[in-house]
Design a protein around this ligand. Structure first.
Ligand code: 5GP
Ligand code: MG
Length: 194
């Protein structure tokens, strides 16, 4: 696995520092939204599977009363490294039927075309939450990602395919503690197999 890494883009220490800072921003914003003397309560909606490690770290830095509603949604099926139209696998059924009154925080690993946040965000809005904010670990420096509405971004990264810290290639590499790029021959050889 280590041999497949081309370069480390963001190491574990920088990730940890930034996750702590974002958690603090989220706490302050939600305390402000709740108002003085009111205990804020938040409903996290993390998108599986890429956000698992990020969420596991984030929630432990976030001293707020919370519920966690995991949902599954994939726009990059299997070994593909780019979103493919018409191959959406949606499992929004795990979303609670009503989110009325909830302060929802939608969490994803990476903001790329913006499609995932838009589709899942719309499904959440239909369920009438009191508020909806979104948070991503990574945002790619490409025009559609930069134009997508999002409230919290840990890191802006070049428009390259990355894995690690929850992000996969063909469901591998999620357990790498750093965010890395893969050697081109690793991606090419796997794509040739598929
Ligand atoms: P979007 O819907 O914004 O185009 O893409 C977001 C989803 O695509 C993310 O949830 C993530 O699963 C996947 N994705 C986009 N870019 C990358 C990348 O560089 N690496 C990995 N592993 N997944 C990505
Ligand atoms: Mg994803």
């Amino acid at each position: 696995m280590q041999h497949d890494i081309a370069s480390v883009l963001i190491d574990r220490d920088r990730i940890a520092q930034r996750v702590e800072a974002i958690a603090e921003e989220i706490r302050i914003d939600h305390e402000r939204m709740a108002g003085p003397g009111v205990e804020p309560e938040i409903t996290l909606v993390p998108i599986l599977t890429g956000s698992i490690i990020f969420v596991a770290d984030l929630v432990r830095m976030l001293p707020l009363r919370m519920q966690i509603r995991l949902i599954s949604f994939s726009s990059y099926p299997g070994k593909s490294t780019s979103a493919q139209a018409g191959t959406f696998q949606q499992a929004l059924s795990t979303l609670p039927e009503s989110l009325e009154g909830a302060h929802v925080l939608l969490i994803d690993d990476i903001l790329d075309s913006g499609q995932t946040l838009r589709v899942v965000g719309d499904a959440i809005r239909e369920r009438r939450p009191a508020s909806l904010k979104s948070c991503v670990l990574l945002r790619k420096l490409r025009s559609d990602a930069m134009a997508a509405p999002v409230d919290y971004v840990c890191f802006d990264i070049p428009d390259e395919f990355v894995v690690g810290y929850g992000l996969d290639y063909d469901d591998h590499y999620r357990n790498l503690p750093d965010i890395v790029t893969l050697k081109p021959e690793v991606v090419a050889s796997r794509e040739a197999e598929s």
